[in-house]
Design a protein around this ligand. Structure first.
Ligand code: NAP
Length: 502
């Protein structure tokens, strides 16, 4: 399929802004935030009028910072002919400043630094790339030194709490200093091109809307599979697990986008109102029926991509009951979705890295081909939305097999591969989200009530799960066998994502 030339520019211009990355020397800043700015710089969206300040207790020299950042910018540097020169030019926009948000040391210096280099008229964006335990102290410090001005914006990201009470405490700390309209809570899944495309698919095409309900849809599956294990995040992960780390935020947000009603306008609060309605319509999971609705697992030894992989406990170095896999069956109690199960699952050390949404439509109510059809002609229509990798959409239809062998039906696919269609690099989610903060567009960010509604729903499930022992599954599989129980009473089962060799 060919892309039709668009009248829109590739990247809309954005007014120059100033970003202060608190925790600007850490892993998140180096791996995600600065490379995203650099890609936007290469595209011309970030101009020489932007400024970036990395603040931390020990910053080192700028040369040391550049040496640490460079490996994460290699792909971007290699993506254009004058990449080296562009990287050197981009780094002229970056300054370092020492700051300890715990003691307040360096706060006045940061204020002086910003006053000297940055004018009042443009947004100053404070990105908290630090532990949430320091969010409150950071906000108070910014306020104390006079940096919380009408043009100030705040960016935070997960983990926004460990449960509803701690999430409320964090939200209260942020909102005591910043207005809700100035707070940008990142769920980076919402910045993914395919996730945004889900909204385009649903709300820019008329053919799906009339089918997008319990009359036509049998069930929906969402799988977010990771092939990696702990990756050095043991102290964090072993307190969170899959239910808190992935389901409460990323997968809940995907459920919202699949299930929400069309907002009147594609406008931040309208989109967020609709997502909130979905969260509030989720049927609470009765702890007595937990095993019908929730399966948790933990990876044991196995092989991932042909390489031997240790068990979670071996990686961790101690026994643990934490869930590295969780699968949940949900129901949304409204007119559109009554009776349609949503099956969602995520896990670490799974057979491959892939995220996809599978919408399975109901089988035809009467089969005029019953006598001639092969069994595969009996499959239902499916829409598969691949979020990563090999982003795209596949619509499974039933066709007639060519040739004179009678009316033989077989499944075939309409395949929209974004790579083939758009022939362009899909930007990382952070690129889109960081530019949206500068634009002042909150559509792809979570409002505090959404975060709270997701925790309110998840809290009892997480509490009940803590009483269960996770089922061990081999690393390199798609999780514990028991997850199939969630489909009891139906003919469906989990559908494993299939990807071409990357
Ligand atoms: P990290 O590598 O440990 O970096 C933490 C940063 O914060 C460092 O720059 C550190 O520098 C600075 N810092 C620590 N205490 C400070 C203080 N009192 N005052 C000022 N700066 C301080 O952690 P990270 O992986 O980047 O993660 C940061 C946050 O983002 C965490 O909440 C994490 O859960 C979240 N997150 C991370 C990722 C990721 O991919 N890494 C993804 C999603 C969310 P100094 O020690 O020199 O002060």
């Amino acid at each position: 399929m060919k892309q039709t030339a668009s009248a829109l520019p590739d990247s809309a211009a954005i007014a120059p802004s100033d970003y202060v990355i608190i925790g600007g020397t850490g892993d998140l800043a180096l791996r995600k935030i600065f490379p995203a700015f650099f890609y936007r710089y290469l595209d011309g969206q970030v101009t020489d009028a932007f400024r970036f300040v990395a603040a931390a207790r020990k910053t080192g020299t700028l040369d040391e910072f550049i040496a640490k950042l460079r490996p994460f910018c290699e792909d971007a540097i290699a993506s254009c002919q004058d990449g080296e020169a562009q990287f050197a030019q981009f780094m002229k926009l970056v300054s370092l400043t020492t700051l300890d948000v715990g003691t307040g040391k360096g706060g006045e210096d940061l204020k002086a630094f910003i006053d000297e280099r940055i004018s009042d008229a443009r947004p100053v964006i404070f990105y908290m790339a630090i532990s949430p335990a320091l969010f409150g102290a950071s906000c108070q410090l910014l306020q104390k030194v006079g940096l919380v001005t009408p043009s100030a914006r705040l960016v935070v990201e997960k983990p926004l709490g460990h449960d509803a009470a701690s999430a409320k405490a964090i939200n209260d700390e942020l909102r005591a200093v910043f207005d809700e309209d100035s707070i940008y809570r990142i769920d980076h899944y919402l910045g993914k091109e395919t996730v945004q495309n889900l909204m385009a698919l649903r709300f820019a095409n008329t053919i799906f809307e009339s089918q997008w309900n319990n009359t036509s849809i049998d069930h929906i599956q969402i799988t977010v599979a990771e092939s990696v294990g702990l990756e050095g995040r043991a102290s964090y992960y072993n307190h969170y697990g899959a239910l808190r780390d992935m389901i409460q935020n990323h997968l809940m947000q995907l459920v919202c986008l699949v299930a929400m009603e069309p907002p009147a306008q594609f406008q931040a609060n309208q989109v967020r109102d609709e997502k909130l309605r979905v969260l509030r319509a989720l049927r609470p999971v009765n702890p007595e029926q937990l095993s019908d609705n929730l399966i948790i697992g933990q990876y044991g030894e196995g092989h991932v991509n042909g390489t031997k992989a240790a068990s979670y406990e071996t990686e961790l170095g101690e026994p643990s009951k934490i869930d590295t896999f969780a699968a949940l069956k949900l129901y949304i109690e409204n007119w559109r979705w009554a009776g349609v199960p949503f099956y969602i699952r995520t896990g670490k050390r799974m057979a491959l890295r892939a995220s996809e949404i599978v919408v399975t439509f109901k089988k035809r109510s009467h089969d005029i081909f019953a006598n001639g059809a092969t069994s595969s002609g009996d499959l239902p229509n499916q829409l598969v939305i691949r979020l990563q990798p090999q982003e795209g959409l596949r619509l499974q239809l039933i066709s007639k097999q060519p040739g004179p062998g009678g009316m033989r039906l077989f499944p075939s696919e309409l395949n929209l591969s974004f790579d083939d269609t758009f022939k362009t690099r899909l930007p990382d989610a952070y690129e889109r989200l960081l530019m949206d903060v500068a634009r002042g567009n909150q559509t792809l960010f979570m409002r505090h009530d959404e975060v709270m509604a997701a925790w309110d729903f998840m809290d009892p499930i997480i509490a009940a799960a803590a009483e269960k022992a996770p089922e061990i599954y081999p690393a390199g599989s798609f999780g514990p066998a028991a997850q199939e129980q969630l489909f009891d009473g139906t003919n469906a089962g989990w559908q494993a994502p299939v990807i071409d060799k990357e």
